[in-house]
Write a protein that binds this ligand. Sequence first.
Ligand code: CA
Length: 234
Amino acid sequence: MLLESLDARQLVRILLVEDEKKLARSIKQQLERGGNFVEIAEDGIDAETKARQERYDIIILDLNLPKKSGLDVLRDLRAASYTTPVLILTALEGVDHRIEGLRIGADDYLAKPFDSGELVARIEAVLRRCGFSRTAVLRAADLTMDVVRRTVERAGEKIPLSEKEFSLLEFLLRNKNQILTRKRLIEQIWGYKFETGTNIVDVYISYLRNALDKGFSRKLIHTMHGEGFILIDR
Ligand code: CA
């Protein structure tokens, strides 16, 4: 069962160009948890090929790359009239590179090492400036989540949630009316490979139910036996 999901249409498509595998994986994981689609390119040539062939909403571009530098990739893309917004990732000491990057058409830059929250904020700022509007408020029935202010309310009452509960609920809301398997949830929210035997998803789903659905006749979170969980907004 795959029902129409309004929020799915606002999925941000991101090309992440980063040759440090571990860093790339952790950025990808974090951005996908927020409901984005992330593709990784590990060298400059691969990055340029992907950027020319696919449509992305934003490119996150490391400068020091194998095969072709980030600056050369950016210069060639701009010269060929590709206008996809670019956020440069660069080592702290690379001031000249940052200036050069902005001069040849990057939209912003972030110095490494960076805070993952700042990366998300910068991406959103670049997308806003480029006219991409992404709803900061997610809704289902009388539940609202403000992903910028990090608040959740049901029927006008504030509901305090832990960081993990918030991430899980955000993912359920961004994929509402779709069945999400335990495997998918554990990989998205906890970032590790699914092992049968763990009940962590069930535990957190029950925390969310207690926080959100308790006392309401209309339940939002449902268990689909043998399949997973679904947040229903209808
Ligand atoms: Ca690098």
